[in-house]
Structure formats: structure tokens, C-alpha cells
Design a protein around this ligand. Structure first.
Ligand SMILES: Nc1ncnc2c1ncn2[C@@H]1O[C@H](COP(=O)(O)OP(=O)(O)O)[C@@H](O)[C@H]1O
Ligand SMILES: [Mg+2]
Length: 228
């Protein structure tokens, strides 16, 4: 039987969202270690990591075959695979499921690519909303300097080159990220994001993250049961 999207499940879904370079992965990793060391059932999953969708994604991206619609559909299939085979079963099994990026990444990026916001919300209609979404709010300049300081090779889609905003990948990346940031700000209230100041130190942010998670959930409930 299908579980309704609003049925309360034994586990909890926690997602992090924000610009590239806003510190999401750093903070989620530290949170994961903290929860694990407290003996809690934790599962981590990240955006665009489904093994079965991987080939289509990389082939489509490499050959620049994707339109905004097919790009979005592929990412949706990626989440659907992880959602149905991992996220949902583990929520039912009482895990704290940690998602490094979730549907809001698609809502932001794909809206910037020109997909209809309503279409996107329907496309991802199979996925329940997180019990807690932490939005790492970092000024664009800070996020950009963290990412661009090493002058990395930006991938075509990562830089938003498919939007034709600029010929220079770095300039394109800046313009793309600025638009994504505005999309995130527009979703903040709609989806009850809890905002973390992503511009302060890693330690200060982690203190805040732990405080919010500790206040939001009764953590001892998620402990592994010891079998006698
Ligand atoms: N609070 C912070 N202050 C300075 N640098 C940071 C901070 N948080 C993360 N970083 C660094 O910025 C880069 C991007 O961080 P990361 O956690 O990978 O961001 P995201 O997952 O949001 O793209 C990494 O090199 C990381 O070490
Ligand atoms: Mg990351």
C-alpha cells in the first residue's frame, strides 16, 4: 500500500539546501558524525547519485543532449530511485535520513532554466517534504569566492553554460548562481526553510545546526535498539 505523503513516519527527513559553496556538505557531514556518535540510526544520501540513472545523466550531460525538460526529468528519476529504494524504506524503519540537496535544488535550478514552477512541483510530487530543511544562506560573493578561489574547471551545466548567459564559464556561473539564490529566497517561506547564516565559521554554524536538530526532534527515539 502506498504511504500518504503526509502520514507521519517513524523516521525523520532532514535536508540541506543552498548555493554551491554555502557549506552544506561540510555541515551535513559534521551533523552525521555527531548523530552517529550518539548511537542514532542515520542514513546519508546526496543529490544526483542514483547508480541506475548515472549513465543516462553523464551521457546526456557530456554530449549536451539535454533540454531543460529532459535535464529535469533525469534528476527527478534520480531522486525517485533513491526515494523509493532508500529514503522512504529507511524513514519507515525509523532512521534519520540526511539529504545533501533535495527537491528544492531542482525547483531552483530548473526554474532558472525555464521550467514552469508548477510543473516542477508536480514532477516531484512523489517526494514528501522534509521534516526539517536547513537553508545555508551565504552571500553570493562568499559562496563564489569559496568555489572559485582555486580556479576550478567548471563543468558545462554546473556553470549554467546551457543558459547562454555568458561565454566565459566563470561569468556564466556567477549569473547562474545569482538567479538560483533568488529562487531560494522566494521559496524560503513557502517551504518553511530554517535559515543558517552560512557566512560564519564552520564551528559556529555546526553549533547552530546541532541546536536546531536537537530542538526539532526527540533524538533518543532514533537510537539503535540493543538486542539482549
Ligand atoms: N564556514 C565556512 N567558512 C569558510 N570556508 C568554508 C565554510 N564552510 C565550508 N567552507 C569551505 O568552502 C568550500 C565549499 O564547502 P561545501 O561544504 O563543499 O559547500 P557546498 O556543499 O554547499 O557546495 C569547501 O572548500 C569548504 O571547506
Ligand atoms: Mg556539497
Amino acid at each position: 500500500m502506498k504511504t500518504s505523503l503526509t502520514t507521519e513516519l517513524p523516521g525523520k527527513l532532514i535536508a540541506v539546501e543552498g548555493l554551491d559553496g554555502s557549506g552544506k556538505s561540510t555541515q551535513l557531514y559534521l551533523l552525521k558524525r555527531w548523530l552517529e556518535l550518539r548511537g542514532l540510526k542515520v542514513y546519508f544520501t546526496e543529490w544526483n547519485s542514483s547508480v541506475i540513472v548515472k549513465k543516462a545523466t553523464s551521457k546526456g550531460k557530456k554530449r549536451q543532449l539535454l533540454t531543460p525538460t529532459t535535464f529535469s526529468l533525469i534528476h527527478s528519476a534520480d531522486l525517485a530511485d533513491r526515494y523509493e529504494r532508500q529514503i522512504l524504506p529507511l524513514l519507515k524503519a525509523g532512521y534519520l535520513v540526511l539529504c545533501d540537496r533535495y527537491v528544492y535544488t531542482a525547483f531552483a535550478r530548473d526554474a532558472v532554466r525555464g521550467c514552469s514552477r508548477t510543473w516542477l512541483r508536480n514532477l516531484y510530487g512523489f517526494a514528501r517534504h522534509p521534516d526539517l530543511t536547513l537553508f545555508f544562506d551565504t552571500p553570493l560573493s562568499v559562496a563564489l569566492s569559496r568555489i572559485l578561489s582555486g580556479r576550478p574547471q567548471l563543468k558545462y551545466h554546473e556553470a549554467g553554460m546551457d543558459l547562454g548567459l555568458a561565454n566565459d564559464p566563470y561569468q556564466s556561473f556567477r549569473l547562474f548562481q545569482e538567479r538560483i539564490y533568488n529562487e531560494y529566497l522566494g521559496m524560503r517561506d513557502e517551504f518553511s526553510f530554517v535559515t543558517i547564516d552560512g557566512s560564519v565559521s564552520i564551528e559556529e554554524q555546526q553549533i547552530k545546526v546541532r541546536e536546531i536538530v536537537g530542538q526539532s526532534f526527540d533524538l533518543p527515539i532514533y537510537r539503535w535498539k540493543t538486542v539482549k
